[in-house]
Design a protein around this ligand. Structure first.
Ligand SMILES: [Zn+2]
Length: 287
């Protein structure tokens, strides 16, 4: 797996699901197929036969001996009957990817959740003797106060989305390993959290000020298609208007410098630099 090195910061993708297909019309009902066909850099690795291809991955960061995970994908043995690709998985891919980096779950120091959707918190917990327990026994888990508050209230009202709050978030809180943070929080030297609400009420990005810089963008953007059409929010966004504002803010910042955009679901290698183009943006192609 390729690595991105920014100064002292080493970045590696840990992929849980290599290919998760969603019909374009399901995830982006506003998208116009004809307009997309005119964008020559949108290739079959992004969209083919009306299906949008997404990766589901975590980002592994190493900085001065610290091991940090950003998001924990779908996980293993979780009951997700509404999403067959996520239901009762064995989790071998993700654990092998971690092992290939010479790491065990106990080596992880920090787990940051950009938000609490089921495809971002799965490996937070593992099944042990019929109970969900933290997978990363030595880690502190970080989540925004707003995000936790929203989902804990929703779960109390019976809307636990796919069950992920109960099986992948609550056990972390009960084990006293969850730290709820406000905006403008530092995760470590040169690692700054910023609230980017919209996709979910308390969504956060992680900005890394190392080398050329990077923004770990979670789900403020799902597919490179939204570079060309940044006004389009996904059907899975809690507040599509706010999601668009957060997306535009971050994309504009990244386009102003040489930093890397690193979302959760982009095609390989998973990161890119971007430039402004027409009404939106496009990947920066190195020639
Ligand atoms: Zn996601």
């Amino acid at each position: 797996m390729s690595k991105l090195e920014l100064g002292e910061l080493q970045i590696t993708a840990l992929t849980d699901i290599e290919r998760f297909d969603v019909p374009l019309t399901t995830i982006f009902p506003e998208a116009k197929s004809d307009a997309i066909k005119n964008i020559t850099w949108i290739g079959p690795e992004i969209l083919s036969s009306g299906l949008l291809h997404l990766k589901i991955r975590s980002w592994l960061l190493r900085l001065n001996g610290q091991v940090i995970l950003i998001d924990t994908c779908v996980g293993a043995h979780k009951d997700r009957p509404n999403w067959q690709d996520w239901h009762q998985r064995d989790g071998v891919n993700w654990l092998s990817a971690l092992a290939a980096e010479g790491l065990k779950p106990d080596d992880v120091d920090v787990v940051m959740c950009t938000h609490l959707h089921a495809d971002h918190v799965g490996w937070n917990t593992k099944l042990l003797n019929g109970r969900w327990v933290p997978t990363f026994q030595n880690a502190r888990y970080i989540c925004s106060k707003d995000e936790y508050g929203y989902w804990s209230e929703a779960a109390a009202l019976g809307d636990d989305k796919h069950g992920s709050f109960s099986d992948s978030v609550l056990p972390i809180m009960e084990a006293n390993k969850m730290e709820l943070v406000d905006s403008d929080w530092d995760l470590g030297p040169g690692l700054h959290l910023e609230m980017t609400p919209g996709h979910s009420p308390g969504h956060m990005c992680l900005k890394a000020k190392h080398g050329q810089g990077a923004v770990f963008a979670g789900d403020i953007i799902h597919s490179p298609i939204q570079l060309a059409f940044p006004e389009i929010s996904s059907a899975f966004c809690n507040d599509p208007v706010q999601a668009r504002e957060s997306r535009l803010k971050i994309l504009n910042e990244i386009a102003n410098d040489d930093s890397f955009l690193i979302p959760a679901h982009f095609p390989n290698p998973g990161w890119m630099q971007i430039d402004r183009h027409d009404e939106g943006f496009m990947p920066r192609f190195v020639v």
